[in-house]
Ligand binder design. Structure first.
Ligand code: C5P
Length: 210
């Protein structure tokens, strides 16, 4: 079973993906971390973010088993990741690794931007999780404040919009719902309600496949 979850930054897809993986005993891959790990490796090595050959070479070295969410969650790394994510050589290398991960038994949940459209176009379950830019910025803001940090809502809101433009506007694998994806708008929905909706879609797919 492959479950593909796509959507813009901070829409709640990561939380939902983890919850689903836990409930069904499936493997989970946050594919954003693979782009982040590539960007961080370039930054750490003092290499440029705008050289496709160098970035593609770095992407091929990313080890999916060693992705550390805490280290990679920094905002600057997310920005750098979305810059190198426009490069076809980077995407090809990471997509190959993601497709291998998707074959894991008994099932895999992958979340990202292009899982249902490019990485696993035949996934039996595709969810497109979205929320308004205001709601997503507010969630990011509250996350930072609750963790004891300081945040500027206006700056976060501008960031969210800029990241959307970059992810939706690129030529290679732009962020968009697959034609057969189930749209889940979490603007006014709790994570529990989103999970229950996802669960009924997954259970229906499992009984079709049985
Ligand atoms: O989801 P996250 O914010 O960690 O992703 C960081 C960046 O990586 C995104 O803004 C996007 O540009 C890129 N990405 C992508 N395709 C994916 C996952 C992430 O292009 N499947």
């Amino acid at each position: 079973m492959i479950i593909a979850i796509d959507g813009p930054a901070a829409a709640g897809k990561g939380t939902l993906a983890r919850r689903i993986a836990e409930a069904y005993g499936y493997h989970h891959l946050d594919t954003g971390l693979t782009y982040r790990a590539t960007a961080k490796a370039l930054l750490d090595a003092g290499l440029p973010l705008d050289d496709e050959t160098i970035a593609g070479g770095m992407a091929r070295k990313v080890d999916l088993a060693g992705l550390d969410r805490t280290v990679l969650s920094l905002h600057e790394i997310g920005e750098a990741a979305s810059k190198i994510a426009v490069m076809p050589a980077v995407r090809r290398a990471l997509v190959d690794a993601q497709r291998r991960f998707a074959q894991k038994k008994p099932g895999a949940v992958l979340d990202g931007r292009d899982i249902g459209t490019v990485v696993c176009p035949d996934a039996p379950v595709k969810l497109y999780v979205t929320a308004s830019a205001e709601v997503r910025a507010k969630r990011r803001y509250e996350e930072i404040v609750e963790a004891g940090g300081r945040a500027d809502y206006g700056a976060i809101f501008e960031d969210v919009k800029r990241r959307d433009e970059r992810d939706m506007g690129r030529t290679d694998s732009p962020l968009k719902p697959a034609e057969d994806a189930y749209l889940l708008d979490t603007s006014e929905m709790s994570i529990e309600a989103a999970f229950q909706t996802a669960k009924s879609i997954i259970d229906a797919a499992l009984s079709r496949n049985a």
